[in-house]
Structure formats: C-alpha cells, structure tokens
Design a protein around this ligand. Structure first.
Ligand SMILES: [Zn+2]
Length: 129
C-alpha cells in the first residue's frame, strides 16, 4: 500500500493523462505510456500530490533524514536551516515548500535558469517538474 509522503494520505485517485495521439506522437510503447499515466495521474486524494511529487518528497525526506511527512517536517525547528531552490513550481509540493524560511522560487520566464537569483550550495535542493 502506498502512503503519501507529503501529507500522509493513503487513498489515491487514478487519471489517464496521456491521450492516444500524444502517446503516438511521442512514440511511447504501451508500457511507457502506462508509466507516465501512473507517475502523473495517480494522486493522493487528500493533498493532490501525484507519484512524481511524492517521489520528490521522499528524496527530500531521505536527504534530511526524517520519517515525518514533508508537511510535518517543514514545521520542525531544524527545517528552518534548510535552503530550497525550487525551479518552477514543483506541483503540489510548492505550498509545502513555501513554508520553509529558506525557500526561493525561481519561475520561468521571470527567472533565467542560467542566471539564478541565488548561488546553490551543497545543501540546496533544486527541484523542477
Ligand atoms: Zn497527500
């Protein structure tokens, strides 16, 4: 059973996101199209995060060494030291990431990714979806 690492939900909805002509145009094999549908179209019924956002949340949780959901983690004192550069909005993670004191959103076209508003350090997570 899947548990949402963003908010802890355990109910998911499934939506087909690829249509046949697009899958054909992208020359996707049926299993590749099914993968994209699952990655993008399977979402937490509670917070709306899709599997791709949940995987990103898992990566952040792993990097900071917490078993808390991402929504719970961002409220912890240690999260105040975390710096996150989010390049374009990272799906349903964006509202949660914005709670971090060290959060910076760089969105196209306002920000040129070749001239970022901050200098990423090793402790920065760079997210893009
Ligand atoms: Zn969720």
């Amino acid at each position: 059973m899947i548990t949402c690492s963003v908010g802890g939900g355990d109910k998911f909805t499934e939506t087909v996101v690829l249509w046949d002509s697009l899958a054909s145009q992208w020359q996707l094999a049926p299993n590749e199209g099914a993968y994209v549908d699952r990655q993008q179209g399977t979402s937490c019924a509670n917070c709306g995060s899709n599997l791709r956002s949940i995987a990103l949340a898992d990566a952040i949780r792993s990097a900071v060494g917490t078993d808390l959901t991402l929504q719970a983690y961002v409220t912890q004192p240690e999260a105040r030291t975390l710096s996150v550069l989010e390049i374009n909005e990272a799906g349903h993670l964006s509202p949660t990431l914005r709670q971090l004191t060290g959060h910076v959103l760089a969105a196209y076209p306002a920000v040129d990714t070749h001239a970022l508003p901050v200098t990423p350090l090793i402790s920065w997570f760079i997210l893009t979806l």
